[in-house]
Design a protein around this ligand. Sequence first.
Ligand SMILES: C[S@@+](CC[C@H](N)C(=O)[O-])C[C@H]1O[C@@H](n2cnc3c(N)ncnc32)[C@H](O)[C@@H]1O
Length: 312
Amino acid sequence: MQVYHGSVLGGPVLQHLNFTEEGIVVDSTLGDGGHTELLLKNSGPGLNVLGIDRDADALARASKRLAPYGGRVRFAHGNYSEIKSILARFGIPKIDGLLLDLGVSSPQIDTPERGFSFMKAGPLDMRMDRRDALTAADLLQTLSDRDLEFLFREYGEERHARRIVRAIRRAQAEAPIATTTELSAIISRAVPGARQARIHPATRVFQALRIAVNRELDHLKTALADSLDVLSEGARVIVISFHSLEDRIVKNFFRDEEKGCVCPPRLPVCVCGKKPRLKVITRRVITPTEEEIAANPRASSAKMRVAERVYV
Ligand SMILES: C[S@@+](CC[C@H](N)C(=O)[O-])C[C@H]1O[C@@H](n2cnc3c(N)ncnc32)[C@H](O)[C@@H]1O
């Protein structure tokens, strides 16, 4: 039996997509197609989905799963940061909803050859889109000590970043680090108290490398900014994030786009001309219930925010 990625916060996603009888929703992180299937199942024939994923394996799995929905779902292999050009290619001027369910999918983590997991032996790859040039092994080989340390500290919140970089350099003096388990062992040896730690000592470094290899934060910023040009009036954008840096980007973007005039108060009239482009729907971030986390522990760090496009 096929086991799919366990979709996170399905109920709130459905509730907030606020879809109409007619329209097109973009699921820009299609993954295994779980959210899209939920949406198609719970809406009428006039509601269609364009599913985007940068991972060709995900698209192959999702297109099989969603085959029963026929022409109601179309597929695009690409990056959500290219949302405008992807929509242009499909002849879609405006959309009625947008979902970004960030991060990796379970099949990506669970497939050793993809190199995302420190628990499974595989090449140190971590590219979601295998057309991209640089793997995690390449980054380890080419980044300076300073950049690598910054990356572990910033994206991984790793306290022992410097110590780990030194251990990596000692190992690389012998031979390049090519596999997940080699890197994981180097980190375990370098981090003090690794055996007693609550989480595996390689967790943070692997997360940091994944974010860097896939330039996840840059793409998120571009997608959010460009979505404003394609969301129709009243359309909602939903973002589910799993990392505090991602959530901060979303929160700040929504807050900035909700604001109108940003002229200094001493000016008698507005000269900036800035208008609100979003209305924040979720004043408080939405998180999974205890029951959802018990059923799907990978949901535990999920945070969901929703905003609606306004044209003033
Ligand atoms: C958490 S999974 C999505 C799971 C999906 N919502 C479901 O219910 O099955 C995230 C997916 O987003 C994709 N992804 C991550 N960053 C992307 C980007 N910049 N552009 C397009 N897809 C991306 C990953 O390849 C992965 O398949």
